[in-house]
Every structure is written in C-alpha cells, then in structure tokens.
Design a protein around this ligand. Structure first.
Ligand code: FES
Ligand SMILES: [Fe+2]
Length: 333
C-alpha cells in the first residue's frame, strides 16, 4: 500500500534567503573570546581578535575536524585549533603547525563576510558563496544623542525566517492575533532598485493614533519606526539568525526618543514582547504555503511574496526535507 503525501510542517520549506544575518551582539564578544555558532544549518566559529576584529570561520578544522569555536584560542589576530594547535589567520590560511615546518597547501578554513554595524555581528549568506551584493544599512538613531540607550531582547521562533518577515506585510492579522479593533490602511512600496521594501500605515486619527513605518532590507533585517506624537517615537531594529530551516533566533534592539524614555520606554518594550507571544502560537504551528490562496484584499502579502523571490537563487528555492523516520525500538520482551 502506498501512502498518499500529506502536509507536514517541515517537508517543504524555502532555503535560506540571501542577505545579512546576525550571529551575536557585538558587546557580548570580548577581545580574545571565541564562540561556537549554529546558523544556516551549519556550525561556525566566531572570535574577536586581540585588535578587536570579529572573525567568522567554518567550525571544523581541516586537519582532524575539531570544532574551532569550542576551546579554540585567539593568538593575536589568529585562531588556534584546540586539538593539535594548527593556527589560522583571519584570511583563513593556516600559518603555523607547531610540530611541522611544512604547511599543506590546502590547509585553509572558510572565512565568512562579517559586518558589525548597528551593534550586532552580521554575516553574509549566499547559497552559492558569492560576496555581498549590498551593504548593511546604518541606523541613524543609534548614533544620535536624541535617542535613548538601546534595550535588547532575544527570542527563538520555531519557524523559517521568511515566515517571520512576512508578518510585517500582514496588517490584517493585527485584529485577530493582537486583538486590535480594526486595521489601519497600509501601503507597501518598494525602492527603485527593487530591494528595500517599506510598509507604511498612513492613517492617523483617533482610532489609529500611531503611524508605523517598517523598512525591510532582506528577510530578517528590518527597522520599525512608530510615531505616537511629534517627538514621541520609537525605533525597533530587528535582526535574525536562521539557526536551521525550522528555527530562527531573533535579536531586537529598541530605542525611543529621549522625550519619552521615562514614561514610555519600558512600556513600549513590554507591549512589543506581549505582541510577540501572540504571534508565537501561530508561528509555532503554521506551515509554509508555497502558493497561498490569497484573496483580493491581501495586496501587501502578495507584494511581499513577489519582493522576497529576489533573495533566492533559481533551483535553490525549495528544499525537501525528509520527514522524520520512526525510530525502531528493539526489545527482548
Ligand atoms: S584537528 Fe585541528 S589541529 Fe588537529
Ligand atoms: Fe504579529
């Protein structure tokens, strides 16, 4: 008997989209510190050299495969493998084997493109290993005296990064998930180069006192600016670490105008956290629909799906992941 295909949450999912993704907070990595990182279903090693440069490498040593991020040692600008002491420079080349004066030509590790802008350590992902095709945005609020010290928050979502990003272009769910009385009119615009997406809610009346402007640079990299009144505004910066195709670690950084920091800063953060818990139940259980059944009013979602295509390379868009096989249990009884 053949079983007909049924839908599971993990069977059909997009690959990792092209773009910049976070793997840590800059202030949480001291000079000389080494960390192990899981991102894009891969193991990486992250270290900060003695001069302060963040370096990201593939985790496994080309020699016998030790994990460089677990008890690897920073030596000046280099990373030394914990197993037999091979030393790799920030260019990825092995520059010393302590017990051998000849270094094999292929003794190299892959170095990832890193950008430490806006406080997070970001790495570039491209499924064909191409170098960055766009730069990280600079968030002006972080460099301005008019904005408060940032607050940080992190959480893990059991879903693909694209599903989380899609939420920005989904104004209708605010009524049903976040219990808002209704939905303000929303508009998606895309910059001339096709890459940067903006969502504006343009109403500003008694029912919708907040104006919202979200800017999405690639799936998982966004700013959301909300204005409550002149000089009463907040900015949420969101970065994502796609741990696997089914798990995404989100890093949020919130800053508010100094004028409202005393009476609104913590409340704004609390409100946002509550909102995420509402979303979480949906994310935890939803599947990815490659071809959703959109209705006429779903215009911003349709725009998002068209926009997001550019972050995938043809032929790498979908990955069939094997359904989990039942484990066979042996018993003597
Ligand atoms: S495994 Fe890294 S030096 Fe041997
Ligand atoms: Fe939401």
């Amino acid at each position: 008997m053949t079983l007909s295909a049924c839908e599971s949450r993990t069977q059909l999912t997009p690959y990792f989209p092209i773009g910049w993704y976070s793997i840590g907070r800059g202030h949480e990595l001291r000079n000389g510190e080494v960390q192990a990182v899981t991102v894009f279903d891969r193991e990486l090693a992250l270290y900060r050299s003695r001069s302060g440069k963040a370096v990201v490498t593939d985790a496994f040593c080309p020699h016998l495969g030790a994990h460089l991020g677990v008890q690897g040692r920073v030596v000046g600008e280099d990373l030394r493998c914990p197993f037999h002491g091979w030393k790799f420079g920030p260019d990825g080349n092995c520059n010393e084997i302590p017990y051998c004066d000849e270094i094999p030509e292929r003794a190299k590790i892959r170095i990832w493109h890193v950008n430490e802008t806006n406080g997070d350590i970001m790495v570039w992902f491209h499924p064909q290993d191409l170098p960055p095709t766009f730069d990280m945005p600079v968030v002006e609020e972080f460099n301005s005296d008019e904005w408060s010290q940032p607050q940080f928050w992190e959480f893990t979502v059991p879903n693909h990064v694209q599903n989380i990003a899609e939420n920005v272009c989904d104004p209708e769910h605010f009524q049903y998930v976040h219990r808002m009385p209704d939905t303000p009119p929303s508009e998606v615009t895309i910059e001339e180069d096709g890459r940067i997406l903006h969502l504006h809610t343009d109403a500003k009346d008694a029912a919708h006192p907040n104006q919202l402007h979200a800017t999405v640079y690639n799936p998982g990299l966004a700013t959301v600016r909300t204005t409550y009144a002149p000089d009463a505004a907040m900015m949420l910066y969101s970065t994502a670490q796609p741990v696997s195709l089914h798990e995404t670690h989100m890093r949020w950084t919130l800053t508010v105008r100094n004028e409202i920091v005393d009476f609104a800063g913590d409340d704004v953060m609390r409100g946002i956290k509550d909102g995420i818990f509402d979303d979480m139940h949906i994310w935890e259980h939803k599947i990815y629909r490659e071809k959703p059944l959109f209705c006429k009013a779903d215009t911003t979602l349709v725009q998002f799906r068209k926009w997001v295509r550019q972050f995938y390379v043809d032929g790498m868009r979908f990955v069939e992941t094997e359904p989990v096989k039942p484990k066979i249990k042996f018993s003597n009884v």
